[in-house]
Design a protein around this ligand. Structure first.
Ligand SMILES: O=C(CO)[C@H](O)[C@H](O)COP(=O)(O)O
Ligand SMILES: [Fe+2]
Length: 226
């Protein structure tokens, strides 16, 4: 876990016809991590990509690859994502059936292990896996699509996750509807990793990606130091 706000652009909002260049450009523009949304059309009502695409873009940047697996079951695919170049592998608490085992498998492959919580899932879902955890991802929209509106009721959950985590070295990440205004709210509530897709990739150029990320980062940093 690091001290300052980490910005993780979600490539869900990138130009998929030019994905390698988009990853390189957003990395050059100041991204801290690259957030990769994997969807299976079963756990969530949308389909994106799997390990071959992760592997194909792995050589375009050395930034941390933050893989958000919205798939059920996740266990049969964890090793493939690790081999493809994921640095952090996050599974959903709701994807089951054995969350603790999934986290052990991820760590056993030498990767950082994350758990994601859907908006309806209480923070108590992570209570008994805290010692096997590197990251908690609080969904601030229902997973499946970019460009959705931030659910403000999740601010209380972020505060509760922060209290539960205490001083353990666990990152608190948020995902969905993050833009400068909501970035300030989630950072004040305790999130230190901010995923943003549509708010980063709007504009379609390195200059706009840089300005978009700067606006999010400075809003979050201001809120934390206030
Ligand atoms: O996990 C996700 C959707 O399930 C995406 O990471 C998220 O929606 C990012 O998109 P935006 O910032 O546009 O809301
Ligand atoms: Fe995501």
């Amino acid at each position: 876990m690091s001290g300052k706000t980490i910005i993780a652009p979600s490539i869900l909002s990138a130009d998929f016809s030019n994905l390698g260049d988009e990853v390189e450009t957003v990395a050059r523009a100041g991204a801290d991590w690259i957030h990769l949304d994997v969807m299976d059309g079963h756990f969530v009502p949308n389909i994106t990509f799997g390990p071959p695409v992760v592997k194909a873009i792995r050589n375009r940047t050395d930034k941390v690859f933050d893989c958000h697996l919205m798939i059920a079951p996740a266990d049969p695919y964890i090793a493939a994502f690790a081999d493809a170049g994921a640095d952090i592998i996050t599974v959903h608490a709701e994807a089951g059936p054995h969350l603790h085992r999934s986290l052990q498998s991820i760590r056993g492959l030498g990767k950082k292990a994350g758990v994601s919580l859907n908006p309806a899932t209480p923070e108590s879902a992570i209570e008994h896996v805290l010692d096997t955890l590197d990251l908690v991802l609080v969904m601030t929209v229902n997973p499946g699509f970019g460009g959705q509106a931030f659910i403000s009721g999740m601010l209380e959950k972020i505060r509760r996750v922060k209290a539960l985590v205490g001083n353990r070295p666990i990152d608190i990440e948020v995902d969905g509807g993050i833009a400068p205004d909501t970035a300030a709210l989630v950072a004040a509530a305790g999130a230190n990793v901010l995923v943003a897709g549509s708010a980063v990739f709007k504009g379609g150029s390195e200059t706009s990606y840089r300005a978009n990320m700067e606006a999010i980062r400075s809003a979050a940093d201001r809120a934390v130091s206030a």
